[in-house]
Structures are given as structure tokens and as C-alpha cells.
Design a protein around this ligand. Structure first.
Ligand SMILES: [Zn+2]
Length: 244
């Protein structure tokens, strides 16, 4: 389940049960490409004293393991971040921004490892989510202990794609009917589902995964949408995660 537990912030019930500080901002908090809204989000989540580590997000498949040198910085050239509390003992929050792309937050509380990833259509095809879980495993995480929250993203309802892109998703996801569907004379892709399939293939139990009920473009009052916003109204939300 996904709930607006704090005005302007949506939280995953599954991650809340893990006693992990986390949340996804909505558009009321502001454009997360800017500094001030980021401070506001951290404050609302009790993360004010935490050092945020963000990713440049280049629609690629690279994942970075956070070190002492990254605290308070944006890591260039990556779309995934992983952090081990055992290796770097600091108050670290991982942040991922998105507007229609999928922001993912992951935790293995037993191994004390968290992960965050940004998966647009390119990142989804190049398996950024799979790669992020692989890096978490290298830090000691077990797939069966990982809990994952798929953040607000564009739904199949609003995500029609060119035929060539639909074909690539069909091939990449074994012709899964929920990943790629044809309706209204257009091909549609469910990037949330394509990332869910990667979580399942990595060994994460289905009951450890949650996702928002509706799409960013459907919920334009709550979230930013690359497809529905104009140049003037466009912004990005942030998913953030850190250990208590
Ligand atoms: Zn929609």
C-alpha cells in the first residue's frame, strides 16, 4: 500500500514496516532538481542531518556503491546507488528524482544495505534494477530479505510508445502481456511492471514489493509528469531512503 502519510509525501507501507526513513515527494513540495525543496523533503522525513547522495541519472545501467567521498554529492554517470551501513557508518540518504520514469527504493535491513534506482524506458531495457540488486548482493544483501518500493511513475494508460520500442520491450520481457499491450491503436508499455519483473527475477518475494495504485499522468495534481506537464509546470519528484 502507498499512502500520503505526511502532506506532500507518499510512503510505502512495506518500507514503513521495515522502520526505514523514506518517502516520495509530490509536486506540492516542489521541483526536486532544486535545493530548497530537497531540504524541505528531508525535514519532513526526519532526515535533516543526513548527507544526501544523489545520482546524475543518465538513463544508463551503471550503479555506484557509496563511499565516504560521496556524502552530500551527486554521483556522475550513474542511475543506481547502493549503500552499506556496515562499510560507511554515517547518516546517509539516497535520493532519486523522476517525472514519469520509475524511482525505486530498496532495503535489506538484515544486511543493512539500501539501494535506489531511476528507471526510464532506456534504463528499464538495460536492466538498471537488476544491476542495482546485484550490487546490493555484493554488499551482503539477500534477495529474499530485500523489500522494494516501486515509486510513482507513468502507467500503461498514458505510456504509448513507437512500435520499435514496444518490440524491444517484448523481446526483453519475454512477450509478457502486462509489460506490453496494444490498445487504442497504439502500443503501450508498463515500465513499472517491467521493473517488477526484474525484481521477481532477482529473487525478491512478491509480498516484499509494492507500487502506487495509479499513474503520474493520471494524478497530475499530485505528481509531475514529463508527458503531461508543460515546460512552465514541469518538475521532478524525489524518492529518498535512509536508515534510522
Ligand atoms: Zn495514466
Amino acid at each position: 500500500m502507498f499512502k500520503e502519510t505526511i502532506p506532500g509525501v507518499f510512503q510505502s507501507e512495506l518500507l514503513s514496516q521495515q522502520k526505514i526513513l523514506h518517502g516520495f515527494s509530490n509536486r506540492l513540495i516542489g521541483d526536486m532538481r532544486m535545493v530548497e525543496p530537497r531540504h524541505k523533503l528531508k525535514e519532513l522525513l526526519g532526515l535533516s542531518s543526513y548527507r544526501l547522495v544523489a545520482a546524475e541519472q543518465v538513463h544508463g545501467d551503471s550503479v555506484h556503491t557509496v563511499t565516504e567521498n560521496d556524502l552530500g554529492k551527486t554521483v556522475s554517470g550513474v542511475d543506481g546507488l547502493v549503500y552499506s551501513r556496515e562499510k560507511v557508518n554515517a547518516n546517509v540518504a539516497l535520493g532519486i528524482i523522476a517525472a514519469d520514469c520509475v524511482p525505486l527504493l530498496l532495503v535489506d535491513t538484515r544486511a543493512k544495505v539500501i539501494g535506489a534506482a531511476h528507471a526510464g524506458w532506456k534504463g528499464t531495457l538495460s536492466r538498471i534494477t537488476t544491476n542495482t540488486i546485484d550490487e546490493m548482493k555484493k554488499l551482503g544483501a539477500n534477495a529474499s530479505d530485500i523489500v522494494a518500493s516501486i515509486g510513482p511513475h507513468i502507467g500503461m494508460c498514458h505510456y504509448n510508445v513507437p512500435t520499435e520500442r514496444a518490440r524491444r520491450f517484448q523481446e526483453a520481457f519475454n512477450y509478457d502481456q502486462k509489460a506490453v499491450t496494444f490498445f487504442d491503436n497504439r502500443w503501450h508499455v508498463d515500465i513499472g511492471w517491467a521493473n517488477y519483473l526484474q525484481l521477481i527475477a532477482a529473487g525478491i518475494p512478491p509480498e516484499h514489493i509494492d507500487a502506487p495504485p495509479t499513474c503520474t499522468a493520471c494524478q497530475i495534481d499530485n505528481f509531475f509528469s514529463f508527458r503531461r506537464d508543460t515546460a512552465e509546470t514541469y518538475g521532478e519528484i524525489m524518492g529518498v531512503i535512509g536508515f534510522i
